[in-house]
Design a protein around this ligand. Structure first.
Ligand code: CAP
Ligand code: MG
Length: 447
């Protein structure tokens, strides 16, 4: 079961410098059961044009043009004892334009099953402009989202519906209304809240958007309302408690995760009802369906939830790095993406989270930057550390750390707002809490 010598010539190019404008440069980390040379040849063959043996159907000119080229095989600082880093250049011609499924079938396909490889991790893909130019990327990107919400110079305060499942559509809408009124900018469905008997999608959309408008009007936000409006008097009696830190709009993120035709139908329901943002579980629905949603040009912000990503990303020796998933999500067109917190309940170390935030926000051809979402086990006491580590240009999502407030969700929302306010005004949380009761209680509960 060996590739013949002649075929090795196609794949092995150690020490060469392939042109990054004409190739995708892929980094894998490998652990093998026997010989490195054979293993990297198998990887290059299996991920590009070949298989385990010499082929009479593979003609030399084609092989020379299309074979993946292994140009580096090294033990680097980041490698464990038994690991090597391999870099392989893939000619552009191997890839269909704007097809993430085809890309994954090649670079993250059979190679994970090869017996001779103990572990293999797809660490990175560097794409030439020639490849990325076929993807529209995010419709709004981070700047678009900030602009729509009208928030300046502070993190966006997000709240997740909790319990994940169990609220009816009208309970859900009422809770969202209370959260908006108490400082939350963006309220979102949880990853498994879709269309359920006790909380039906269409009904939820209607109820939520009705109460969103009401909350905005009562807070004096959104389109200007007439002084004769029944909200005006209420507004004068009780001006927006979020003061100058208030955004201009509130947002609800509807989870449209479903089989593709139903997912698209739900996106259109949101659009027709005047919603602005939809959530998709990008791992569950697949990046191809994110692409489909983006191509439909519905003018909706796409919120990428990554539930399930750890099945690929968590084992540092095997699978696919989150950095790669994040790049692909940006190509597919998400506007905002869950990327980790460092300080919260989910796995993900500092280096990894910062790296992922970098790849989604840095300049990358024509693709707009994606807004990072920090989520998972967050509560007011963690806000200073979180902002120190990730910076203020993020969405901070609070779930349990808001609804678990001893005085309920409204108080929880105020505590989250107060924590962000304290950090943005450069104050110490504990000092701020002396004059902000909800924050005080939250800090007593979680520290
Ligand atoms: C957080 C959350 C989010 C995760 C996603 C949850 O709730 O709603 O889905 O944070 O993780 O269901 O766990 P809590 P990530 O705030 O109550 O923890 O952003 O790492 O993909
Ligand atoms: Mg969740």
């Amino acid at each position: 079961m060996q590739l013949a010598n002649r075929q090795q010539d196609y794949y092995l190019h150690l020490g060469e410098h392939p042109d990054p404008r004409r190739h995708l440069i892929v980094t894998y980390k490998l652990e093998v059961l026997s010989g490195w040379r054979r293993a990297v040849l198998e990887v290059a063959a299996e991920t590009s044009i070949g298989t385990w043996t010499q082929l009479s159907t593979l003609k030399a000119p084609v092989a020379k043009k299309l074979a993946a080229k292994v140009f580096e095989l090294k033990k680097t600082k980041s490698c464990r004892e038994s690991q090597r880093r391999v870099k392989i250049a893939y000619p552009l011609a191997l890839f269909e334009k704007a097809s993430l499924p085809q890309l994954l079938s090649g670079l993250a396909g059979n190679v994970f099953s090869l017996k001779m490889i103990r572990n293999i991790r797809l660490e990175d893909i560097e794409f030439p402009n020639e490849y990325i130019k076929h993807f529209p990327g995010p419709r709004f990107g981070s700047r678009g989202v900030w602009k729509i919400l009208g928030i300046k110079k502070r993190p966006i305060i997000g709240a997740i519906m909790k319990p994940k499942l169990g609220l009816s559509a009208s309970e859900n809408a009422r809770l969202a209304y209370q959260l908006w009124k108490n400082g939350v900018d963006l309220v979102k469905d949880d990853e498994n809240l879709t269309n359920l008997d006790f909380n039906q999608f269409g009904y939820r959309v209607k109820q939520v958007l009705y109460l969103k408008k009401k909350a905005e009007q009562e807070l004096g936000l959104g389109p200007r309302f007439s002084q004769r409006s029944r909200f005006y008097k209420k507004f004068l009696e009780n001006p927006n408690p979020q003061g100058e830190l208030s955004g201009r709009h509130k947002m609800y993120v509807f989870n449209i995760t479903a089989v593709p035709d139903i997912m698209m139908e739900r996106a259109k329901i949101v659009k027709r009802a005047g919603g602005k943002c939809v959530l998709v579980d990008i791992v569950s629905v697949g990046l191809d369906n994110v692409q489909m949603l983006r191509h439909a040009n519905l003018d909706l912000i796409i919120h990428g939830h990554r539930a399930g990503h750890s099945a690929f990303t968590r084992n540092p020796k095997h699978g696919i790095a989150m950095r790669v998933i994040a790049k692909l999500a940006r190509l597919a067109g998400v506007d905002q993406l869950h990327t980790g917190t460092i300080v919260g309940k989910m796995a993900g170390n500092r280096e990894e989270v910062l790296e992922v935030n970098k790849v989604i926000t840095e300049k990358w051809g024509h693709l707009k930057p994606v807004l990072p979402i920090a989520s998972g086990g967050l509560h007011p006491a963690l806000v200073p550390k979180l902002v120190e580590k990730l910076g203020p240009d993020i969405i901070i999502n609070f779930g349990g750390g808001l609804h678990g407030h001893p005085d309920g969700s409204e108080a929880g929302a105020r505590a989250c707002f107060q924590a962000v306010e304290a950090v943005m005004r450069g104050g110490k949380l504990k000092k701020w809490a002396r004059t902000h009761d909800e924050l005080w209680t939250a800090l007593k509960r979680w520290h």
